[in-house]
Design a protein around this ligand. Structure first.
Ligand code: BES
Ligand code: ZN
Ligand code: ZN
Length: 454
């Protein structure tokens, strides 16, 4: 069990949730000392406030917390604000408790690879009625995803991302294979090679396969740009600062695969990660170059900083060859998606309306919002090229998230339900349960959607 949870209830301290309506009644039932204490400390029943209740010996005997508006994150900071010890929530049903426990666990994450962190957290009692395997799979998979994204490129280049993927495959008895460097040319992944060839670390296509041949096939694809300098169309320093996170899509695909394998969903998985560094050197791909793709379509490079869609094109084509039942890709693909929806809400595109609606609906249910955006076909005009089949950047300052999605759609036949998620994968500011840094966004929604659909 994770160190922020415990199974034993015997000596744990109760956390009572109160709301404005029943507070007076509740208060009248408490010992006089505690009534006085709540008055003395000026406890108010408003979201975010809580109070530690002592007995006559000064020992902590209970916690009272005001009912939160946010049923997921509303109680998360208790995990780091309460004195170290064991606690349990009173009077909550299992569904509410699952959410509070999830947020509690996600609050207790620290990235301690380079800076020792000895924080000890309060422990939450998980009663038997909670599906703790499900809970801990979500929490540990999200910890793992955050670690992958937070790790700087020096320790998370294409090669290390390959090692991590291979390790994941070993842990769950999955098959692992990869195509590396010039072998990408001979194996017909020219676009992945073009984007990644300028880096000191060779470009790769990572592949993990898992599951029973009789189960429906799901292809998961993640943008694995381990660092995005922009290439020759170099980014400004402020735009480059966070670009170790440009493999956030890969981290999402891998973490979703981990959840699926850990909980044994009846799926046949194919995980594909084109892993590259968008670097600059004498052999870097250039603006104006025409890159060929696995599908045979040619791509004029309007901007070397629109690299994600170029590598994803080859991964999508390869996935299509296995005729999966579904394809889902995750990518930190555009700044435009962040202009449209901000940092916290991933954009959801799909060629299958029912799937988009189902995922959107589930994302509200589990408080992990994604928002549908249109694959508006007339905007294909914006990514036309006079000399190639497509241009990777387009010639308009508008609709950047949509034109990127349309570019990807050019590599997916209408017959295969496909979902594209354009995600930030990073918390720009810490909030309860969501520390600053790498973050899973839309991941639980996708997992619960798949679990419910099967
Ligand atoms: N990785 C970036 C997109 C990105 C930037 C996502 C910041 C989240 C936060 C991507 O490779 C990129 O640079 N896209 C360009 C495309 C443009 C050149 C057509 C963009 O969005 O500006
Ligand atoms: Zn990028
Ligand atoms: Zn870029």
């Amino acid at each position: 069990m994770l160190s922020c949870y415990t199974a034993t209830q015997s000596t744990a301290i109760p956390i009572h949730t109160v709301n404005e309506n029943d507070y007076r009644t509740w208060l009248s039932e408490q010992p006089t000392l505690q009534q006085k204490w709540l008055e003395t400390t000026g406890f108010k029943v408003k979201p975010g406030s809580y109070c530690l209740l002592p007995n006559e010996q000064g020992a902590l005997v209970a916690v009272v917390v005001a009912q939160a508006d946010d049923l997921l994150w509303g109680y998360a900071d208790l995990a780091t604000r309460l004195p170290v010890g064991e606690y349990y929530f009173t009077q909550v049903d299992d569904n509410a408790l699952f959410n509070r426990a999830l947020a509690w666990g996600l609050e207790c994450y620290r990235f301690a690879k380079y800076k020792k962190n000895e924080t000890v957290f309060a422990r939450l009692v998980l009663p038997n009625s909670i599906d703790s395997e499900h809970l801990e799979t979500l929490v540990t998979s999200i910890y793992w995803l955050r670690d992958l994204i937070n790790t700087p490129t020096q320790d998370m280049g294409p090669q290390q991302l390959a090692e991590v993927t291979q390790q994941l495959a070993m842990n769950y008895n999955a098959q692992y294979s990869e195509v590396v460097g010039d072998a990408l040319i001979t194996a017909n992944f020219p676009a992945i090679h073009a984007v990644g060839r300028a880096s000191a670390q060779l470009p790769r296509l990572l592949e993990l396969r898992w599951g029973k041949k009789t189960d429906p096939k799901l292809a998961l694809i993640g943008k694995g740009v381990c660092f995005d300098s922009g290439g020759l169309d170099i980014k400004t320093s402020s735009a480059m600062t966070l670009m170790k996170k440009d493999m956030g899509g890969a981290a999402h695909a891998l973490a979703l695969a981990r959840m699926i394998m850990a909980l044994g969903l009846p799926l046949q998985l194919q995980v594909l990660i084109p892993a590259v560094e968008n670097a600059i050197s004498g052999n870097a791909y250039r603006p104006g170059d025409v890159v060929s793709t696995r599908a045979g379509k040619t791509v004029e490079i309007g901007n070397t900083d629109a690299e994600g869609r170029v590598i994803l094109a080859d991964a999508l084509s390869y996935a299509v060859e296995s005729q999966p039942r579904w394809i889902i890709d995750f990518a930190t693909l555009t700044g435009a998606a962040r202009v449209a929806l901000g940092t916290d809400v991933p954009a959801l595109f799909s060629n299958d309306d029912a799937m988009a609606t189902g995922i959107h609906h589930m994302s509200k249910t589990v408080n992990d919002l994604l928002w549908p955006m249109p694959l508006f076909q007339p905007y294909n005009k914006l990514i036309e090229s006079p000399i190639a089949d497509l241009n990777n950047a387009g010639n308009s300052p508008y609709a950047g998230a949509i034109t990127a999605a349309l570019f990807l759609q050019a590599f997916v036949p209408a017959s295969i339900p496909w979902v594209h998620i354009d995600v930030m994968a990073w918390n720009v500011k810490a909030r309860p349960g969501r520390p600053e840094g790498g973050e899973a966004m839309g991941l639980r929604a996708l997992f619960e959607y798949l679990r419910a659909a099967l």
